[in-house]
Write a protein that binds this ligand. Sequence first.
Ligand code: NAD
Ligand code: TYD
Length: 351
Amino acid sequence: MIKRNILITGGAGFIGSHVVRLFVNKYKNYNIYNLDDLTYSGNLENLLDVESSQNYKFLKGSINDANVINNFFEEYEFDAVIHLAAESHVDRSIANPFAFVETNVLGTVNLLNAAKKYWGRNCVNKLFYHISTDEVYGTLGETGFFTEQTPYDPNSPYSASKASSDHFVRAYGETYNLPYIISNCSNNYGPNQFPEKLIPLFIHNVIANKPLPVYGDGKYTRDWLYVVDHAYAIDLVFHKGKLQETYNIGGFNEWQNIDLVQLLCQIMDKKLDRKEDESAKLISFVKDRPGHDKRYAIDASKIKEELEWEPSVTFEEGLERTVDWYLNNEIWLKNVTSGKYQEYYKNQYQS
Ligand code: NAD
Ligand code: TYD
């Protein structure tokens, strides 16, 4: 079995922690280095179960600092990068776009430069795997799907910064022969997601009996994927994906926000022993998000046919597991929703 030194960026975050766990447990011949700056959404509590594994090491640092990245490349001789570190929340990008340019664009270019420098032109067995989003494709109308050929058309500062980073990755592949793969995934949900995104925020608010702020008319549509299934897809793409290509990853699972919230409320009523429809009474329609994309839906047939990947859990199962996780991890939830989060919440939902 080949030994490999793999740098995973953003491994203390939501998706990154599931990827780190999978790789540390499954590939004992790999050394997994988790580089994370522990911003508000990065949390080492997500990785307590793997932190003492022999093949795991946490590296604290920001991808925005080229010297930090170069020093780590020099010291640990990474063979591959799985790049997840990012500013990831659309509403925060509307309030502060520049942070998204710094981390998502400049941070990615810093990593690309380091890979180019340390791997040189002889990149045998090297790989820069960039994790991106379906939001780069912009919005769909009532019908149709995003394919790997759909032109980029981002609408939020978040998606614009991710689109830009994707372009840089592809450009380094074309210009410097850097071996890369990009995958663009739909909305993830599951354990360890920071409670600013729709599903964990609403679970948190139902528990606390707080209003559930549905933007606009609630008829916006997203394609939801259980985070562990995304981690399985990343494993497959990393090992079997074709170099210099893109893979779309999606849940084959479209929901209008309001229907999803109703289903979540029903599950929560049962779990919390509440009367039927009690949680749904918390639903409150609030002012819309500016530039709100109407509908996302992924055509995931390429990864299904080429790599035989499919989601392993249904949405109902995944949502129930997610609710159970949050109910069983109230201390985690309490820790991440104290302090600065309170300020963010007040600013975001005050009017
Ligand atoms: P997250 O916000 O939960 O985690 C991001 C992680 O990156 C955190 O651990 C944070 O500390 C770290 N980080 C942020 N800035 C950093 C910096 N400058 N240097 C080092 N580390 C830094 O995000 P997530 O939802 O886990 O998303 C991970 C990746 O997957 C992102 O690139 C995102 O664009 C992409 N993605 C997310 C979704 C989704 O639904 N959440 C869907 C598709 C793609
Ligand atoms: P979100 O979880 O922020 O993911 P994204 O914007 O990246 O798709 O939002 C998912 C959907 O839920 C999106 O249509 C916006 C909507 N939404 C609300 O209606 N209320 C909220 O408080 C949040 C955070 C999101």
